[in-house]
Design a protein around this ligand. Structure first.
Ligand code: GRF
Length: 215
């Protein structure tokens, strides 16, 4: 069997970091062959940075409000990420929209988790929209990041039932419970080199590929 080298990982966050915690826990249980080298937040003093420090992971803030424009912020962000030479960049509740230049720089090795059954409900307030539309099911999606917001190839999804008495808060809890299992699983596939990103020949469409099969 060909051995696969340990993957170097950088996680980007903006807040609480419960998905980050699930990844830290999965790493300590060796559920994936990778190491989180750094956690980077665009907001100072968020709990996710504390979680990183408690796990002895570099915790760095690149505060977007300290830059005159998006290009300046992203230049510093890329410099900070690239210092860790990551094989995988994980967005875990990172609340800035990334430019197509930045996405291109990490294409095929940057993933995101979004709280909806994509392609339904891209963007914000997904739980509210599910309730307003009377949907009977909801879910979460992990996808490769492309320049289209929440529009890159879907890798995996988890579904939850929506009950009559669900509120935005109960949906957050139900969805996050699924996310905390799903995200480490997808990271394990990536680290094992089972999961790859493929551009079609004309580069018009991108696909997630698992063990040679298009997902
Ligand atoms: C998650 O629900 C994720 O789907 C979305 O942002 C939330 C982040 O939560 N992208 P946390 O910071 O991981 O607790």
């Amino acid at each position: 069997m060909i051995s696969v080298s340990e993957k170097s990982i950088v996680v980007l966050i903006s807040g609480n970091g419960s998905n980050l915690q699930a990844l830290i826990d999965a790493q300590s249980q060796r559920l994936f062959n990778g190491k989180i080298k750094a956690v980077i937040s665009n907001k100072p003093n968020v709990y996710g940075l504390e979680r990183a420090e408690m796990a002895n992971i570099d915790a760095v803030c690149v505060d977007h409000t300290e830059f005159n424009d998006k290009a300046g912020f992203e230049a510093e962000l890329v410099k900070t990420i690239d210092a860790y030479q990551p094989d995988l960049v994980i967005l875990a509740g990172f609340m800035r929209i990334l430019s197509s230049d930045l996405v291109q720089h990490y294409l095929g090795k940057i993933i995101n988790i979004h709280p909806s059954l994509l392609p339904k409900y891209k963007g914000l307030h997904t739980h509210r929209q599910v309730l307003e539309n009377g949907d009977k099911e909801h879910g979460t999606s992990v996808h490769f990041v492309t320049a289209e917001l929440d529009g890159g190839p879907i890798i995996a999804q988890r579904r939850v039932k929506v009950d009559e008495n669900d509120t935005e808060q109960t949906l957050v809890e139900k969805i996050q419970q699924q996310e905390h299992q799903l995200y480490p699983e997808v990271v394990a596939w990536f680290c094992a080199e089972k999961l790859t990103f493929k551009l079609s020949e004309d580069s018009a469409a991108a696909r997630a590929v698992f063990d040679g099969k298009v997902l």
